[in-house]
Each structure stands twice: as structure tokens, then as C-alpha cells.
Write a protein of this length. Structure first.
Length: 419
């Protein structure tokens, strides 16, 4: 049963020496405050990093040609090679588990290579399959994406990034259906896009022109060659297994030694996520170690001050024991004082930490998906707050354990004799 009079007595005891109680509780307050802020900042950093790649399929892989590392079939080491259109069909026919596949070609046209009337800008031009937009997803601000018919008919149509639109068109002007000159050739704008991810392949999508793959190959006189390939594995299929199968096909198609690990470079989004997960696991462990270390210092301070309190109240404890007070009553009083002091200081630190994180979150710009920042709104999960509270309560009990044991060692006759 809750004993209000008892807790009022404990509160009076704690507030009897306000300065000492404040300085003692400040260590716990500071430890919890630092733990909350560090955890919230770590979560904000994690969200910012993952937001940069959230537009990519997590089971995607990317390949690009490098110089060969071994001589093979009469070809010397260091040969430069390029992938060809035939490789795409072979991969589709021979590699299992490929869901989306898109080669990529690029064209550079020099300074101010994109022109609309009197306005011009310098932007990279990429040729892709329609499948590419399933690998790197986009926000469609106007119009539509490129489709298979655009590629089959080699249509001179294009997508423009949101920054390209701002430069080439007036604010209220509709770009859809209008023509722009790209590397000397006119293309009709069919869509305006903005990347969901903050990183992209082949340059910033917001500052890019995207055209059908076959169209750019023809207009830029690239033949049937390309140097970059994107692929996504089907759900439930290993991306690593797909990577090895695609590399095997590319090597066999282009006279590359099966053991040559240098000729084809690749990376997968899944591995990047695994790397990030390990990084943030290490950060969280470090944060908890620092926070718990600071909290432990505060708890030790509470325990020391309770030892002083027990010493000062030796006569009182002796009298109570002489009058028949049970050991449980003595122990519970000391531990209750420690628990109350620790809880008040800790909850104050927890509340202030959450308040500061909320204020930082409100001050940060919202809805910005195109910035280069790697830090998002800091926050602390409710589960973490509950764990911190439980740790706080346990720490308060442990802080009063040694002083309570010391109080029980006081003999009633010795305590009464002591002045």
C-alpha cells in the first residue's frame, strides 16, 4: 500500500540540504541527458544516411567494365573492353532471378550542351531502359517516365530533372510537350522527375537529361557498346548469386579469363546497407558505453552522499532500532531516498533531452529530399526511453544498497552512545 506520510518524510529528508541534493542529482541528470542526446543524434545520422539510398532497390547490383587483369585467348593483360547489347539478351536468357535489367550509356556535349530558346545549361545525358526507373525510383513531378515503346521506336523524347526545369523554363511554364536541344539534337520533354534518393548513378538526376537507351546509342554513334549495367534480383533470390552469374556470362561473352577478378567491377546496394548496419551498431554500442559510464559516475555520487547521510543519522537510526524498528524499515527508507533522488534527477534529464531533440527537429527544414545533408531529424524511440527509465530505477536501487547495508551494521547501543 502506498504510504504518503512515509514518502513525505523521505522528501523532507532529501530537501533538508538542497545544495547537496542538487549537486548529487546533477550527475545522474547529466548522464541521462547525454545518453538521450547521443542516442537521438545517432538515430538522426542513421536516418539521414539511409535516406540517401532509399530510392534504390535494396537487392540491386551495378557493374562496369575495367581493364583486364589477366591475359586470355591471345589478348594481353590490361586490355580495355566494353559490354555490348548482345550481353543483355544473353543475361536475360541464362541468368535466373533477374527482375529488372538496364544498361546505361552517357553522352557529354561540352559547355551549355542543353538549350531552350535563350536559356542554356551544362548537364549530363543518360540513355537507359524503362526498367531503370524500377531500380532507381523517381518522383514524377509532371508528365510520365520513359517506356518500352520509346526505346523500340527510338523516339527522340526525354526526361528532365527538376533543376533542369528551373533553369530552362519559366516558373509557370509547362515543359511537357516542348522541345529542347540536347547535344545538337532536339528532344521532346515528356516528363519532369526528382530523385527519391539523394545519391544517384552517373551524376545527379536532378541535373540530368534521360533519353531512351537505343536513341542515345544511335544519335551519339555509340554502336552497340555500353559501359555500365544495372540489375535487380527477384524477391527471395540472392543478389550475390545473381552478381556471380552475370559476371560469368560477361566474361564468357567477351573473352575474359574466368579467374580475372579485375575486369568487371561491381557493387550491391544490399552490401552497402549491411555496412551501414554494422557502422550504426558500433555507434550505438559506443553511445551506450559513454552514456552508462556517465550515469554510473552519477550513481556513485548518489551512493556516496547516502553514505554521508547514514553517518549523519547514526543516532536516529540507533533510536529507531532500539524502539523496535524492523531491518526492512531501515533498509527501505535508505533505498527509497536513493531511488527518489535518482528518479527525479534522471527523469528531469530524460525530459530535457527529449525536449531538446524535438526542438532541433522542428528547427530543421522539412520535406527536403534533394539536399546533401547526411543528418535527418533526431529522435529517440519509445522503447529506448523505457529501457533508459528501467536502467535509471535499477541504478537508484543499487545506489542505496551499500548505504542501506551500512545502516544495518549500526548497533543500537553504539548509535545511542555516539554524540
Amino acid at each position: 500500500m502506498f504510504d504518503l506520510d512515509r514518502w513525505q518524510e523521505i522528501w523532507v529528508t532529501i530537501t533538508r540540504n538542497k545544495a547537496r541534493s542538487f549537486l548529487t542529482g546533477f550527475g545522474v541528470f547529466w548522464g541521462i541527458l547525454m545518453l538521450v542526446i547521443l542516442l537521438g543524434s545517432g538515430n538522426g545520422f542513421k536516418k539521414g544516411i539511409f535516406k540517401n539510398v532509399e530510392g534504390f532497390s535494396t537487392n540491386s547490383a551495378f557493374f562496369f567494365a575495367e581493364r583486364t587483369g589477366e591475359p586470355y585467348k591471345g589478348y594481353r593483360k590490361g586490355r580495355y573492353w566494353q559490354m555490348r547489347n548482345r550481353d543483355i539478351e544473353t543475361i536475360r536468357n541464362r541468368v535466373k532471378g533477374v527482375k529488372y535489367l538496364s544498361p546505361m550509356v552517357m553522352s557529354w556535349g561540352g559547355q551549355n550542351n542543353v538549350v531552350k530558346g535563350q536559356k542554356a545549361g551544362t548537364y549530363n545525358v543518360r540513355g537507359v531502359y524503362s526498367d531503370y526507373f524500377q531500380i532507381e525510383t523517381q518522383h514524377i513531378l509532371a508528365g510520365r517516365l520513359l517506356n518500352n515503346i520509346d526505346m523500340l521506336e527510338r523516339r527522340k523524347v526525354c526526361l528532365i530533372g527538376d533543376i533542369v526545369r528551373e533553369v530552362l523554363f519559366d516558373e509557370k511554364e509547362d515543359p511537357i510537350g516542348q522541345y529542347i536541344r540536347v547535344n545538337g539534337i532536339y528532344y521532346q520533354v515528356v516528363g519532369v522527375i526528382k530523385p527519391k534518393a539523394r545519391v544517384s548513378i552517373g551524376g545527379r538526376t536532378s541535373e540530368s537529361i534521360m533519353v531512351p537507351y537505343t536513341t542515345l546509342q544511335q544519335t551519339a554513334n555509340l554502336g552497340d557498346k555500353f559501359w555500365f549495367l544495372c540489375a535487380t534480383a527477384e524477391d527471395g533470390h540472392s543478389a550475390d548469386e545473381m552478381v556471380e552469374d552475370i559476371k560469368f556470362v560477361l566474361k564468357s561473352q567477351n573473352e575474359i579469363a574466368p579467374t580475372d577478378e579485375q575486369a568487371i567491377a561491381s557493387f550491391t546496394i544490399a552490401k552497402q546497407f549491411e555496412t551501414f548496419d554494422m557502422l550504426f551498431l558500433g555507434i550505438n554500442i559506443l553511445v551506450w558505453l559513454v552514456g552508462m559510464g556517465t550515469l554510473l559516475a552519477g550513481v556513485i555520487g548518489v551512493s556516496n552522499i547516502m553514505m554521508v547521510t547514514v553517518r549523519e543519522r547514526t543516532n536516529e537510526i540507533g533510536v529507531r532500532r532500539a524502539l523496535g524498528a524492523k531491518p526492512f524499515n531501515i533498509i527501505s527508507q535508505i533505498m527509497s531516498e536513493s531511488l527518489l533522488l535518482t528518479t527525479i534527477a534522471g527523469l528531469a534529464g530524460l525530459c530535457l533531452g527529449v525536449f531538446l531533440l524535438d526542438m532541433v527537429g522542428r528547427l530543421m527544414p522539412s520535406g527536403d529530399t534533394s539536399g546533401d545533408t547526411f543528418f535527418d531529424v533526431p529522435e529517440i524511440h519509445i522503447g529506448t526511453a523505457v529501457v533508459a527509465t528501467v536502467v535509471l530505477l535499477i541504478s537508484g536501487l543499487f545506489a542505496g544498497l551499500i548505504p542501506a547495508w551500512r545502516a544495518m551494521q549500526i548497533k543500537a547501543i553504539d548509535a545511542i552512545r555516539e554524540e
